[in-house]
Design a protein around this ligand. Sequence first.
Ligand code: GRF
Length: 199
Amino acid sequence: MKNLGILLSGRGSNFEAIARNVAAGKIPAKIALVVSNRENAPGLARARAMGLNTRFIPLQGKDREAYDRDVVAALKEHQVDWVCLAGFMRVLSPYFVRAFPGRILNIHPALLPAFPGLDAQKQALEAGVKFSGCTVHLVDEGVDTGPIVCQAVVPVLDNDTVETLSARILEEEHRIYSEAICLLLENKVRVENRRVALL
Ligand code: GRF
């Protein structure tokens, strides 16, 4: 059984969807540790209430790599195999990415490579695209640039606001993040350069 480490900064709805699927036996893994850089993240409280191991790791003026060393140490302490970023509002240092080579996943609320970075749903609305969606990708040293594992498409409606579009995308996020985790844990994909192919 593989160990998952979840990193979050806020609401934690993607974490909760993953945790539900782990509890239901749909993801063949254990959540070994939930880490947050924000003490009052609702997702962290939820993880505690579920009886999971949690760790608030404060920034306390550390530089990016020093901070990441603390997070990596906590993850290694709990024998984490795979790291899932679930609304973790920090860019990982090369040190972190190299500590878990090819074993870090992120979910992004747009069809990458369109609209990377912050406020992806707002970017999509402003660009006037007719479809957007979400992407689960492996994390490399760039921002939202790693190999794409799964995507889901949702329509952008004429009367959409950032809130309504975000809600429509979020539903798909909750579905495809667990799907992507299963594909990788069960070795059902092959990663070749930027392409992730189903076996
Ligand atoms: C999601 O929209 C996710 O795509 C993005 O941050 C948001 C996190 O939401 N990376 P939640 O904390 O999982 O509810």
